[in-house]
Design a protein around this ligand. Structure first.
Ligand SMILES: Cc1cc2nc3c(=O)[nH]c(=O)nc-3n(C[C@H](O)[C@H](O)[C@H](O)COP(=O)(O)O)c2cc1C
Length: 110
């Protein structure tokens, strides 16, 4: 794809909150997960797990977790992204000392 086409594609992207009642093919979901997992992460730790939810009852329950995820109930599939907070690692140039690294790196201990 040439540069202008890529920029056009990016600028035409919109959030969609109403969906067709069509099942999403497994190959499409797999492609989407491949794209999601191509995202960069600090130190390339990739501290995520993606859970594809298609069960209507679980989507319904998810849609009530927060006011801004009401659309999950009607979506053919929802993706829950889990972040692994324990995967945080110290910067490569710092000799690892958990108590010190966090204070030095972020200005506070947590
Ligand atoms: C970090 C982040 C969190 C967001 N959270 C929600 C959300 O909880 N619910 C929702 O409906 N939209 C959410 N959005 C979508 C934004 O509201 C939307 O991208 C913004 O209004 C611009 O509209 P557009 O995506 O159609 O260009 C989120 C966007 C970002 C970047």
């Amino acid at each position: 794809m040439e540069t202008k086409a890529i920029l056009d594609f990016i600028c035409r992207r919109r959030s969609v909150r109403r969906y067709q009642k069509k099942e999403i093919a497994a190959e499409i979901l797999e492609l989407l997960m491949k794209a999601a997992m191509a995202a960069p992460s600090g130190n390339n730790v990739q501290p995520w797990e993606f859970v594809i939810v298609q069960d209507p009852q679980i989507k319904e329950a998810l849609s009530r977790v927060h006011p801004w995820v009401y659309m999950a109930a009607e979506a053919p599939a929802a993706v829950v992204v889990l972040g692994d907070k324990s995967s945080e690692s110290p910067p490569p140039h710092t000799k690892y000392r958990k108590d010190k690294v966090h204070r030095d790196t972020y200005g506070q201990k947590f």
